[in-house]
Design a protein around this ligand. Structure first.
Ligand SMILES: [Ca+2]
Ligand SMILES: [Ca+2]
Ligand SMILES: [Ca+2]
Length: 538
């Protein structure tokens, strides 16, 4: 499930026909690593079986009969989204010791991520404007720090931000020689024509409906189908300098990653979703970016054994702040972009964070009509998509539970010579909630019981979730109907005691205030909330 649209699987299935593959001839020049957009063009072709009455799903065997080819992603069926609205009276919490207060209603539409610049000083991203806004003392400044051109259909747009830690005068690494400069990393779908929203299709193809935006009606840009008027330039990670001497403008863009932003060949105009979006700076000071299968890419990064080499989709990528490959990549360092992958086998993620105690990465992942996940992401983690969603075989409806046992993974998953390792989710949801941001509260300011626990948002229910970790912090403490690590539906999550709040609307980001230790929550409709103790007077 996504922020903006939901795609139902079709009975009609696309068959992956081409069995030949060519290692994408990618380019690495100077310090910038550029993954050529659609570098693999024409190495794989897709053909639609348009007879939807054909009840038999055929998997074409490869010539050597081992292993079977996977079906490509089904064509998209667009239907109305179910984004949760913000409650009329505002969000509420289920712990009387805590309260939620609104910091600001920015009036902005489709705010995707935020980052703290200083005390009461927050940067917020506008998905479809490409603007980086500054919220200072609860007021939005009239001038954005930056305004870039974004492709903005469906889940494309200005999606992620991370600000490098300020290391003062001693920092001469990473090109950061000026004590008054900090690096800011932005991830966005760059427009191909130099204009916001220029990917909007002029005409919808016959047979596909377009959504009307109900939950946030000022923008029509929620379509997930239709051939782009102008194809996006790419899903790109840039490093900017924050110029503290010049009104905090973002300057000196340096392109670090150029990733696919369009569906694979043969699926043009089908889907504009699964671009991921979150950017993190890890405890190792490297930059981590989550990206999904980008409208149905089906290479080996998506566990298609006969697919093309990893093309920069379907995983979590890692790069230094200068745009270099990090030493000892978990899947091997002989090819780019393979050497960028920290994790793979992911349909899409809207949330990642590092455990402040162990340094382990965690993520949320989004199922289609079933199979959301919370995962512990070790280096080389394989999440199982497109063979597994949640723990279930990824077909048009949940198949057998083939992915519940980490030690006994599905046998045809791609392992990159044994370097990649499947791990079952720490929690799988059969009924999708569309999980979004995930954040560890590395502060005791909300009480000991919340310190270093996980907070998570969603799209579909407007809830804020809270999860405790087990003693060795490799899993979640789950009780009642969640004890089997499976939530069959939203009721299981409520009965399992993990719903801390409701009425938020779509939560797109969660951060811990680095100056006050409280929990800050950003919603898609431009609100920022803060969670504080009930006893607090602020
Ligand atoms: Ca713009
Ligand atoms: Ca998974
Ligand atoms: Ca259960």
């Amino acid at each position: 499930m996504q922020y903006f649209v939901k795609i139902a699987k079709s009975f009609s299935i696309l068959l992956l026909l081409a069995l030949t593959q060519v290692i994408a001839n990618t380019n690495m020049s100077s310090s910038i690593i550029v993954v050529a957009n659609e570098a693999h063009a024409a190495t794989t072709s897709y053909s639609s079986n348009s007879d939807s009455s054909n009840a038999t799903i055929t998997k074409i065997q490869s010539i050597n009969n081992n292993p079977p080819s996977l079906p490509a992603a089904p064509p998209a069926i667009i239907h109305r989204n179910t984004r949760a609205p913000t409650a009329i009276g505002g969000p509420t919490l289920n712990d009387p010791n805590l309260k939620v207060e609104q910091i600001i209603n920015t009036g902005l539409k489709r705010t995707t991520s935020m980052a703290f610049l200083g005390p009461n000083d927050i940067l917020v991203l506008g998905k479809e404007t490409g603007k980086v806004h500054r919220i200072l003392n609860g007021k939005i400044l009239p001038e954005p720090l930056l305004d870039v051109n974004v492709a903005s259909e469906a889940e494309r747009g200005l999606l992620g931000i991370a600000i490098a830690k300020y290391e003062g005068n001693s920092n001469t690494q990473n090109g950061n020689t000026n004590a008054n400069t900090r690096h800011v990393f932005l991830y966005y779908t760059q427009s191909g024509g130099g204009k916001d929203g220029d990917d909007e299709p002029k005409v919808s193809p016959a047979g596909t409906a377009t959504t009307t935006d109900t939950a946030n009606s000022t923008s029509p840009n929620t379509r997930n189908s239709g051939v782009d008027s102008v194809s996006p330039a790419g899903n790109r990670l840039y490093r900017y300098d924050l110029d503290l001497d010049n009104n905090n403008k973002l300057t000196n863009p340096k392109l670090l990653l150029n990733l696919p932003a369009s569906p694979p060949p043969g699926r043009e105009g089908t889907e504009k979703n699964h671009n991921g979006g979150k950017v993190l700076i890890g405890p190792d000071n490297n930059v981590y970016v989550g990206i999904g299968d980008v409208g149905g890419h089906r290479g080996r990064a998506e566990n298609n054994p006969n697919g093309i080499a990893p093309d920069g989709t379907g995983g979590i990528l890692r790069i230094t702040q200068d745009g270099q490959i990090v030493a000892n990549p978990p899947l091997g360092n002989d090819t780019i972009p393979l050497a960028l992958y920290y994790a793979y086998g992911m349909r899409n993620t809207f949330g990642m964070d590092f455990d402040p105690i162990t340094g382990n990465l965690w993520d949320t992942e989004n199922g289609n009509t079933f199979g959301d996940e919370i995962n512990l992401v070790h280096p080389g983690f394989n999440s199982g998509w497109s063979q597994v969603a949640g723990i279930w075989e990824a077909e048009s409806k949940p198949g057998p539970a083939i992915g519940a046992d980490t030690n006994n993974p599905p046998k045809y998953l791609v392992t990159f010579g044994g370097k990649g390792a499947y791990r079952a989710p720490e929690l799988a949801a059969l009924q999708t909630i569309a999980p979004t941001a995930i954040k560890f509260l590395n502060s005791g300011k909300l009480g000991k019981q919340y310190e270093n626990t996980i907070f998570m948002g969603d799209v579909d229910f407007g809830n804020l979730y809270n999860f405790k970790l087990n003693e060795n912090r490799t899993g979640l403490v789950l009780d009642g109907p969640l004890a089997d690590k499976i939530a069959n539906n939203i009721q299981d999550l409520k009965e399992g005691g993990v719903v801390l709040g409701q009425g938020f609307g779509v939560i797109t980001d969660i951060q811990v205030g680095p100056y006050d230790g409280y929990l800050y929550i950003l919603t898609l409709n431009g609100r920022i909330y803060r969670i504080i103790p009930s006893s607090s007077s602020s």
